[in-house]
Design a protein around this ligand. Structure first.
Ligand SMILES: Cc1ncc(COP(=O)(O)O)c(C=O)c1O
Length: 550
């Protein structure tokens, strides 16, 4: 065989079927080995970032390929071995996790089909799958009747939304539509001129401090600047937007001539799982003439169960909503969606070209910001057919029940304290040595300074700083040990005026149980005691009469 022939034989033709089958089987074995729960794998590789850099240090494309088999070996050694075990039930730190096993097969099918959903000429049935999926999710949010969807689902001039690569692109699309809707001719004249002709210089995008950073990203990409995002304080503990603070900001801005462009409600915040009062935000948005967007990238799928519907009450008033498939819908990376209440809202982004997405076509690229796109909607569409809303509802109930169970465990433990209200399936907490708990409560109540002009130590600031250090150390060691994993974040809403470092658990793995959560806490307790022992000399000097807790 000539070299070209050998390379050509990598492209499918019936004669390579046995090679393909063999390669798929080997890849499947690698996957099964990676996922094998018996293997006692650490959740994270032991290699440091510097050591990983060393593994990937060749600076030139290899001139001669290694061939498929040897490259698979190389990939196992260099990549698979050092990948994160995000689908382990003890990995409860982030929104990336386990997926139903059939998705592995679907990825194979997707690669074989290799549809490009930008246009119907490269994705025939795929275009209709996406239309149907968007109608299903639209109905979950807006609840119109069957006739409504039947009449509109696949119409070239209508569109319920876009499938996107994730929440970030969804938020960007929603804000782009809001911009083009609320600022006349912005699309043609550009932002500066369009605003000038409205007699405005600045716009305001209003969201709580819990909003995802992709809203700031969208504001900067769309020409508003990150400073146009006004982050409104949240209520301590509940983490819901402070509506009075929002009203105050809006009336100040009205006096200053700032255009209230968008109000963003959070439907399941990234850090604490909190949901804003969406009904109240909708009413305010309507009153001031702002677009109302709900970022439900995390919480959206909860709508499939009754409890979730209650949590997200008011979402149906939103002009646009973002829901991710690759989070609570258990779809593998990547899959997101942005939906619009008005099925012609996306007209303001509609574009045509001469060779595709011609006027009147049903090409999905007609309203998307992205161009060529994978047929990712297939994954959620298949999963919804396979599980149905009932089983998905049970998975959502399970995740909410995990949130409640974890809340109880933390409450009943002597050395942890909750740092935010558990309204759904994300929990934050921190380690507080039992002997300090009462003292800390007293310190919080007393503000501890001043009464007689004397500043008593330790101050709340000092204790918070020490506890922050303790939390950071515990989380790092827990990750290094690799048996359980939680993430951490910093909240300003735990003790007003202080930034508090907290652990964060994202509870949605269907195989995570109360037992798993107990294991997480008992490991943290154990680590906490040893870290405290190590840091004690430093702590002691600042704690005055607070005794060593162990
Ligand atoms: C509430 C919320 N919105 C948006 C995003 C961004 O989503 P993605 O990472 O899929 O772009 C996230 C991600 O965690 C999120 O939690």
């Amino acid at each position: 065989m000539t070299k070209l022939n050998r390379t050509q034989s990598l492209f499918f033709q019936p004669s390579v079927e046995s090679d393909l089958r063999a390669f798929i089987e080997r890849s499947l074995n690698v996957a099964l080995d990676f996922l094998n729960p018996q293997k006692e794998n650490k959740l994270h590789s032991d290699l440091s970032l510097l050591e990983l850099e060393e593994i990937f240090n060749e600076v030139e494309i290899p001139m001669h390929g290694l061939g498929v088999e040897q490259t698979l070996q190389l990939a196992v050694e260099r990549v698979v071995k050092h990948s994160v075990h995000v689908s382990d039930p003890h990995y409860i730190g982030h929104m990336t996790g386990a997926t139903p096993y059939f998705h592995m097969g679907l990825e194979l099918l997707l690669a074989a089909l290799n549809q490009n959903v930008v246009k119907i000429e490269t994705a025939l049935a795929g275009s209709f799958v996406e239309g149907q999926l968007l109608a299903w999710i639209h109905r979950l949010i807006y609840g119109r009747n069957s006739d409504f969807y039947k009449a509109r689902m696949h119409k070239p001039d209508l569109c319920f939304g876009n499938v996107t690569s994730g929440g970030t692109m969804g938020n960007l699309t929603a804000l782009a539509v809001a911009r083009n809707k609320r600022i006349p001719r912005c699309r043609d004249w550009g932002l500066m001129e369009a605003l000038e002709r409205m007699g405005k210089r600045k716009v305001g995008i209003y969201a709580s401090k819990r909003v995802h950073y992709s809203i700031r990203k969208a504001a900067s990409v769309l020409g508003f600047g990150t400073q146009s995002v006004y982050e409104i304080p949240v209520h301590p503990f509940s983490n819901q937007i402070d509506l009075s603070a929002l009203e105050r900001t809006l009336s100040q801005h009205q006096a200053q001539g700032i255009l209230p462009l968008v109000i963003v409600g959070v439907g399941g915040s990234t850090e604490t799982g909190s949901t804003d009062d969406l009904n109240a935000l909708a009413a305010i948005a309507q009153r001031v003439g702002a677009w109302f967007h709900v970022d439900a990238a995390w919480g959206g799928p909860l709508l499939i169960c009754d409890e979730g519907k209650k949590l997200l009450s008011g979402i149906e008033c939103a002009d646009s909503v973002v829901v991710d498939g690759h989070k609570l819908f258990f779809v593998p990376m990547t899959h997101g969606m942005v939906l619009f209440k008005d099925e012609s809202a996306l007209d303001v982004l509609r574009h045509n070209a001469r060779y595709i997405i011609r006027a009147g076509s049903v090409d999905l690229g007609r309203t998307s910001l992205e161009g060529s796109r994978r047929f990712d909607s297939f994954k959620l569409w298949f999963a919804l057919w396979a599980l149905g809303s009932k089983s998905y509802g049970q998975l959502m109930q399970h995740s909410l029940a995990l949130g409640r169970a974890f809340e109880k465990l933390i409450h009943s433990s002597s050395c942890f304290e909750l740092t935010s209200h558990v309204s759904s399936n994300i929990v934050t907490w921190r380690y507080v040595p039992p002997a300090w708990k009462d003292k800390l409560t007293a310190l919080r109540q007393s503000t501890n300074e001043q009464k007689d002009g004397i500043v008593r130590t330790p101050t709340l600031h000092q204790v918070t700083t020490l506890l922050n250090e303790l939390t950071v150390e515990i989380q790092k060691i827990q990750r290094q040990r690799g048996r359980t994993f939680v993430s951490r974040t910093t909240l300003e809403s735990v003790i007003p005026g202080f930034d508090t470092v907290v652990f964060r658990a994202v509870l949605f793995h269907p195989l995570t149980s109360e037992q798993t959560l107990s294991e997480v806490l008992s490991e943290q307790k154990n680590i906490g005691e040893s870290v405290l022992e190590r840091l004690w000399p430093k702590f002691e000097s600042q704690l005055n009469d607070w005794e060593k807790p162990l």
